[in-house]
Design a protein around this ligand. Sequence first.
Ligand SMILES: [Zn+2]
Length: 132
Amino acid sequence: MSEEKKPLLVPSLVKMKCPNCRKGRLFVNRTSVSVNKNLAMHTYCEHCGMKLVKEDNNGFGINYVLTMLTFFLNILWYWPIFGFSMKDNSIFYYLGASTLVTILLQPWYLRLSRTLFLYFSVSYGSHHVVKK
Ligand SMILES: [Zn+2]
Protein backbone atom coordinates (compact mmCIF):
# COMPACT_ATOMS: atom_id res chain seq x y z
CA MET A 1 0.00 0.00 0.00
CA SER A 2 1.11 3.57 -0.68
CA GLU A 3 0.98 6.60 1.61
CA GLU A 4 -2.76 6.89 0.99
CA LYS A 5 -4.71 7.76 4.11
CA LYS A 6 -6.65 4.82 5.46
CA PRO A 7 -10.35 5.67 5.86
CA LEU A 8 -11.69 4.97 9.34
CA LEU A 9 -13.48 1.71 9.98
CA VAL A 10 -16.75 2.86 11.56
CA PRO A 11 -17.63 5.73 9.15
CA SER A 12 -16.87 3.44 6.19
CA LEU A 13 -19.03 0.73 7.68
CA VAL A 14 -21.96 3.08 8.34
CA LYS A 15 -21.67 4.53 4.84
CA MET A 16 -21.48 0.94 3.54
CA LYS A 17 -18.26 1.22 1.62
CA CYS A 18 -16.13 -1.61 0.23
CA PRO A 19 -14.28 -3.38 3.12
CA ASN A 20 -11.07 -3.64 1.10
CA CYS A 21 -10.54 -0.01 0.01
CA ARG A 22 -13.27 1.72 2.07
CA LYS A 23 -13.94 4.00 -0.91
CA GLY A 24 -16.16 2.20 -3.41
CA ARG A 25 -19.84 1.83 -2.59
CA LEU A 26 -21.25 -1.62 -1.88
CA PHE A 27 -24.85 -1.02 -2.88
CA VAL A 28 -26.20 0.18 -6.20
CA ASN A 29 -29.17 2.13 -4.81
CA ARG A 30 -29.93 4.16 -1.74
CA THR A 31 -31.86 2.46 1.08
CA SER A 32 -35.22 1.46 -0.37
CA VAL A 33 -38.39 -0.27 0.80
CA SER A 34 -38.18 -2.58 -2.21
CA VAL A 35 -36.09 -5.54 -1.04
CA ASN A 36 -34.58 -6.30 -4.46
CA LYS A 37 -33.62 -2.70 -5.10
CA ASN A 38 -32.46 -2.29 -1.55
CA LEU A 39 -30.12 -5.27 -1.61
CA ALA A 40 -28.75 -4.81 -5.14
CA MET A 41 -24.97 -4.80 -4.76
CA HIS A 42 -22.14 -4.00 -7.11
CA THR A 43 -20.59 -7.30 -8.23
CA TYR A 44 -17.13 -5.73 -8.17
CA CYS A 45 -15.98 -2.72 -6.20
CA GLU A 46 -15.96 0.41 -8.41
CA HIS A 47 -12.79 1.61 -6.77
CA CYS A 48 -10.51 -1.41 -6.16
CA GLY A 49 -12.18 -4.10 -8.26
CA MET A 50 -12.59 -6.60 -5.43
CA LYS A 51 -15.41 -9.09 -5.93
CA LEU A 52 -18.16 -8.06 -3.51
CA VAL A 53 -20.91 -10.53 -4.26
CA LYS A 54 -20.31 -13.84 -2.56
CA GLU A 55 -22.45 -16.95 -2.55
CA ASP A 56 -22.55 -17.12 1.22
CA ASN A 57 -23.00 -13.42 1.88
CA ASN A 58 -26.48 -13.50 3.32
CA GLY A 59 -25.83 -11.94 6.67
CA PHE A 60 -29.08 -13.39 7.96
CA GLY A 61 -27.51 -14.46 11.23
CA ILE A 62 -26.24 -10.94 11.84
CA ASN A 63 -29.60 -9.51 10.84
CA TYR A 64 -31.30 -11.69 13.44
CA VAL A 65 -28.94 -10.48 16.15
CA LEU A 66 -29.46 -6.81 15.18
CA THR A 67 -33.21 -7.28 15.12
CA MET A 68 -33.35 -8.88 18.56
CA LEU A 69 -30.96 -6.29 19.96
CA THR A 70 -33.11 -3.42 18.72
CA PHE A 71 -36.20 -5.06 20.04
CA PHE A 72 -34.79 -4.99 23.55
CA LEU A 73 -32.83 -1.74 23.28
CA ASN A 74 -36.04 0.10 22.38
CA ILE A 75 -36.75 -0.01 26.09
CA LEU A 76 -34.05 2.67 26.54
CA TRP A 77 -36.10 5.38 24.83
CA TYR A 78 -39.54 3.99 25.53
CA TRP A 79 -39.18 3.78 29.29
CA PRO A 80 -38.17 7.43 29.95
CA ILE A 81 -40.87 8.75 27.60
CA PHE A 82 -43.86 6.53 28.30
CA GLY A 83 -42.93 4.55 31.37
CA PHE A 84 -43.95 1.07 32.39
CA SER A 85 -46.42 -0.40 34.76
CA MET A 86 -47.30 -3.98 35.53
CA LYS A 87 -50.81 -2.88 36.54
CA ASP A 88 -52.02 -1.90 33.06
CA ASN A 89 -51.40 -2.75 29.42
CA SER A 90 -48.29 -0.58 29.00
CA ILE A 91 -46.04 -3.61 28.45
CA PHE A 92 -48.11 -4.48 25.38
CA TYR A 93 -47.88 -0.92 24.06
CA TYR A 94 -44.14 -1.21 24.45
CA LEU A 95 -44.03 -4.51 22.57
CA GLY A 96 -46.12 -2.98 19.78
CA ALA A 97 -43.97 0.14 19.50
CA SER A 98 -40.80 -1.92 19.64
CA THR A 99 -42.00 -4.24 16.88
CA LEU A 100 -42.90 -1.25 14.70
CA VAL A 101 -39.49 0.40 15.12
CA THR A 102 -37.74 -2.89 14.41
CA ILE A 103 -39.76 -3.38 11.21
CA LEU A 104 -39.11 0.21 10.07
CA LEU A 105 -35.36 -0.32 10.50
CA GLN A 106 -35.34 -3.57 8.49
CA PRO A 107 -34.37 -2.14 5.06
CA TRP A 108 -31.34 -0.49 6.62
CA TYR A 109 -30.56 -3.51 8.82
CA LEU A 110 -30.57 -5.92 5.90
CA ARG A 111 -27.91 -3.79 4.23
CA LEU A 112 -25.97 -3.25 7.40
CA SER A 113 -25.81 -6.97 8.15
CA ARG A 114 -24.45 -7.69 4.66
CA THR A 115 -21.91 -4.95 5.12
CA LEU A 116 -20.91 -6.29 8.53
CA PHE A 117 -20.55 -9.74 7.05
CA LEU A 118 -18.12 -8.43 4.43
CA TYR A 119 -16.18 -6.48 7.04
CA PHE A 120 -15.82 -9.64 9.10
CA SER A 121 -14.54 -11.67 6.17
CA VAL A 122 -12.39 -9.04 4.39
CA SER A 123 -9.85 -6.85 6.16
CA TYR A 124 -8.65 -3.50 4.86
CA GLY A 125 -6.15 -3.69 2.00
CA SER A 126 -6.15 -7.51 2.00
CA HIS A 127 -6.94 -7.65 -1.73
CA HIS A 128 -4.83 -6.37 -4.57
CA VAL A 129 -5.95 -2.88 -5.51
CA VAL A 130 -6.58 -2.42 -9.23
CA LYS A 131 -5.39 1.00 -10.36
CA LYS A 132 -7.75 2.72 -12.75
ZN1 LIG B 1 -13.00 -1.51 -2.95
